[in-house]
Design a protein around this ligand. Structure first.
Ligand code: ACO
Ligand SMILES: O=CC(=O)O
Ligand code: MG
Length: 358
């Protein structure tokens, strides 16, 4: 463990000083594109401003034979595109892969001044973050980068989940964590074959009705309720992130056509404390932007509670419900998020500005 004195010291002479607080920048959708795919790459400039994060993916979903083409494509995009209000991230290859060293030693000197965040897959523990942290500091120093590149870890191994708290606190560069349900399922030997989302077999069934003559009727129809396979991991991830002042995200939802279930999955994440989710296809950007922006109704209610609560202490009745210090804090979380997002999103700002608190 790094001592408090050393925690915020640069890890290489000449590297920029680490940030003391992770900036709260909008990141409702982290949109994945393959920078080596000419069709996707061509769309990137026009996507700027329509999505909070554009992420050039170099890891899974890029064929082994295309790794170098994708890396070169990312360098070109990083150099040519003005990202304006949109963040520019990349997902590098995993730390045990033959590509990751070239990913980092190419990207940092070439486009390190443009990259906001590097997403590191299959993080197992603090040692993985320490490795990337030191290497980034050395590369930043060599390249004369003045703003530290932040690190985002994917939680997608059983060991990573067991070590999630230490991963979150491993470096002041830690920006956040995403749940990676596809790799996590494989690593845990779960018996699913999907990229995120629920499973119809993971359910709770209503009790069998009792028969008048005694015993139970096991033959009739009974209601079933599908359960959330990811609840435990999401909850651990959200707590670990909140404890360390960093941000939690739901990862991929692979059933691109099922926009309804995607929205549900994203909303569960939003309600539980996540600030965003991945978008694998342009259709998912809209879903994430909608779900991870507080609704007009929620903002209105939150503003009413804040107004009614005065200095934020005590208890009041509003619409038949008790509000007190704790509920006003929740309302402030909602209103603060709304304000952060509205600062970058004129359409959302107009909606929130039109709210009349009665
Ligand atoms: C478990 C994990 O690691 S998840 C993260 C890794 N996976 C990814 O990054 C996947 C990224 N997404 C994709 O590869 C693609 O969206 C696919 C393969 C899922 C679907 O691709 P397609 O079958 O081409 O989808 P579709 O036909 O609907 O595409 C419509 C248009 O949108 C484009 N498009 C599709 N996905 C994207 C994207 N992510 N970004 C930008 N443009 C895209 C297509 O190129 C196509 O362009 P065109 O109209 O000029 O022909
Ligand atoms: O990388 C993401 C995953 O779900 O695996
Ligand atoms: Mg993965």
């Amino acid at each position: 463990m790094r001592t408090a004195k050393d925690f915020f010291a640069p890890l290489a002479v000449g590297a920029p000083a680490p940030v003391r607080e992770i900036p709260a920048r909008p990141s409702r959708a982290i949109h994945f594109f393959d920078p080596g795919n000419p069709k996707m790459a061509a769309k990137v400039p026009d996507m700027v401003g329509t999505v909070d994060v554009l992420l050039g993916n170099l890891e899974d979903a890029v064929k082994a034979e295309n790794k170098e083409i994708s890396r070169e494509g990312l360098v070109k995009i990083g150099r040519d595109v003005d990202f304006g209000p949109t963040q520019f991230w990349t997902r590098i290859n995993s730390l045990d892969s033959p590509w990751v060293l070239d990913d980092l030693t190419t990207l940092v000197p070439a486009i390190g001044d443009k990259l906001d965040v590097i997403m590191v897959p299959k993080v197992q523990g603090a040692e993985d973050i320490h490795y990337v942290d030191r290497l980034l500091a050395q590369l930043e120093a060599k390249a004369g980068i003045t703003k530290p590149i932040l690190i985002h870890a994917i939680l997608e191994t059983a060991r990573g989940v067991a070590n999630v708290e230490e991963i979150c606190g491993a470096s002041p560069r830690m920006q956040g964590i995403s749940l990676g349900p596809a790799d996590l399922a494989a690593d845990r030997r779960m018996k699913t074959t999907r990229v995120g989302g629920g499973h119809p077999g993971y359910l709770v069934r209503q009790d069998a009705p009792a028969l008048a003559e005694g015993g139970y009727d096991f033959t009739g129809q009974r209601a079933i309720f599908q359960q959330d396979l990811w609840h435990y991991t999401m909850a651990r991830m959200v707590d670990a992130c909140a404890m360390h002042g960093i941000y939690a995200y739901y990862g991929p939802f692979g059933d691109i056509k099922d926009t309804v279930a995607c929205e549900d999955q994203f909303r569960n994440a939003f309600l539980m404390g996540c600030v965003g989710a991945w978008s694998l296809h342009p259709v998912q950007i809209k879903i994430a932007n909608k779900v991870f922006s507080p609704s007009v109704e929620d903002v209105k209610h939150a503003r009413r509670v804040i107004a009614a609560m005065g200095d934020g202490t005590g208890a009041v009745m509003l619409d038949g419900k008790m509000e007190d210090d704790a509920s006003v804090k929740q309302c402030k979380v909602m209103v603060d998020l709304a304000e952060e997002l509205a600062a970058n999103d004129p359409e959302l700002k107009a909606k929130y500005d039109a709210i009349v608190v009665d």
